[in-house]
Design a protein around this ligand. Sequence first.
Ligand SMILES: NC(=O)c1ccc[n+]([C@@H]2O[C@H](COP(=O)([O-])OP(=O)(O)OC[C@H]3O[C@@H](n4cnc5c(N)ncnc54)[C@H](OP(=O)(O)O)[C@@H]3O)[C@@H](O)[C@H]2O)c1
Length: 272
Amino acid sequence: MRQLLPELVEDVDPQAVHAALPREAPEDRPYVLVNMIESMDGAAVVDGVSGGLGGPGDKLMFRAVRAVPDVILVAAGTANAEHYRAPRLSDEARAARRERGQAATPRLAVVTGRLSIDLSLGLFTDPGDQRPLVITAESAPTNRRDEVEAVAEIIVAGETTVDLADALAQLRRRGSSVVLGEGGPTINGGLVDRDLVDEWCVSLSPPSPGATPVASSAARHPPCAPCAWSGCSSTTACSSSATSAPDGAAAGQFLVRRPISRSKSARSSKPL
Ligand SMILES: NC(=O)c1ccc[n+]([C@@H]2O[C@H](COP(=O)([O-])OP(=O)(O)OC[C@H]3O[C@@H](n4cnc5c(N)ncnc54)[C@H](OP(=O)(O)O)[C@@H]3O)[C@@H](O)[C@H]2O)c1
């Protein structure tokens, strides 16, 4: 894989690059990065799932980003549509995480106000190292809670819908320093609206025949104003790193800059 920004490097290992990036959590919530793929014509799914958009380059980047967080946050719509399973990492990635003081694999957390999550998904039936979390609201159907509690740990944040800021604050109190949001667009919009995103990673795929043009996640990119990167004063998101793969996939990473006081804190990663 070729790195285009911040400087040209002919052959980079995205896993090593992503693992080395500094990601300091604020005191009141974890550092939040979001990772998405979209086609250049603004589609986020083909036949209802994102897999049809990504080639080997995107998969490499997806695995690299997935090796970073303490928790992977996914909304029920995506977990159901994409048949979510527990994250599996290579032995090398697991060892690197342990060296950084993290659990060997990230923990999955599903956001679902109505508990519409399918409990027969692999993430519940074969959870791997870590019991999944289900983040819901007080108004969640009580008759469903026992079933969910049998396969996951429940976190309640918010009354009628999940208060994403509260949910993240609770994850922080449990020791999570870095959270990766994997979508879909609805929850990503909620995170952006609440100013809860620190980094936006996006893979761009070529226009895809059959892709469904949906309200693109690109429209919800957070602004990084005022940007402190290289003295830039742009009020729109700017790319702080970019890569391209031989299959034509391009990936960009956008950092959301905030006043220093907001982002001060210590990284204290420990297994949840
Ligand atoms: N291109 C990509 O990179 C990418 C990435 C991810 C997903 N996708 C695709 O996007 C589609 C799904 O996205 P989507 O936007 O329709 O749905 P979504 O964001 O994945 O899920 C929406 C559901 O999540 C729950 N939810 C989200 N925010 C909530 C909140 N604040 N409070 C309570 N519940 C909340 C609700 O579940 P309840 O109804 O249970 O309350 C809601 O119905 C799928 O087709 C998936 O394949 C693409």
